[in-house]
Design a binder for this molecule. Structure first.
Ligand SMILES: *[C@@H]1O[C@H](CO)[C@@H](O)[C@H](O)[C@H]1NC(C)=O
Ligand SMILES: *[C@@H]1O[C@H](CO)[C@@H](O)[C@H](O)[C@H]1NC(C)=O
Length: 183
């Protein structure tokens, strides 16, 4: 029995090695259930983030959090990833959701860039989405590990109390489907 187990372990390791050679998510920082994730640690406005993701990998779009399970995965992974890249400077990540189609009707944009669809679940922060005008683009609030959604001006700038524009540190997480092993 012992020998048999060893044999199985030896065979599984061979299989691992063969398949391990092909990276499941090339160029990605993380993967979860068939989706690859990549952090772009720069500051973007919302449209800039959309473009930056599209330029990263074919089929890549900004992050849309579709399920509670994906949300749980992202909470754990992103907390560590952000601490590593920015010493905690990056507190907001753009999400691929907006009410740009219809005012105050927030939706996820489809990953093919055409049309949108409703949330499967939502995680709006307190008093979100904002009732303020111009707050049309969605953002993931990572401050204090809140992991809630806000609506923000798509420019990434807020006006301070003196009416001066202040940039918000909005970085981008891109997602794209895991390439098939058999392609
Ligand atoms: C984009 O995706 C949506 C949702 O999956 C689909 O209904 C629509 O037909 C797609 N559009 C194109 C141009 O592929
Ligand atoms: C900031 O102030 C400018 C100038 O008054 C205004 O045009 C802009 O809409 C304001 N931005 C937001 C997010 O309120």
């Amino acid at each position: 029995m012992f020998k048999f187990n060893l044999l199985i372990i030896a065979i599984s390791c061979c299989v691992c090695n063969v398949f391990g050679k092909k990276q499941e998510c090339p160029g990605a920082d993380a993967q979860f259930e068939g989706t690859c994730y990549k952090v772009l640690p720069d500051q973007y406005d919302w449209m800039g983030g959309v473009a930056a993701c599209a330029n990263t990998t074919p089929g890549s779009t900004m992050l849309a959090i579709e399920t509670e399970e994906e949300n749980e995965f992202l909470k754990t992974w992103l907390a560590g990833a952000i601490a590593a890249i920015s010493n905690g400077d990056y507190k907001y990540a753009w999400l691929y959701g907006s009410d740009l189609g219809e005012n105050k009707n927030f939706l996820w944009h489809n990953s093919n860039g055409t049309g949108s669809h409703p949330f499967g679940f939502d995680a709006w922060g307190i008093d979100q989405p904002s009732s303020k005008p111009h707050y049309h683009c969605m953002d993931l609030n990572l401050e204090d590990n809140l992991f809630t959604w806000d609506s923000y001006p798509c420019t990434g700038f807020l006006n301070n109390s003196n009416g001066e524009p202040v940039a918000v540190e909005d970085f981008v997480v891109c997602e794209y489907p895991m390439p098939s092993l058999w392609e």
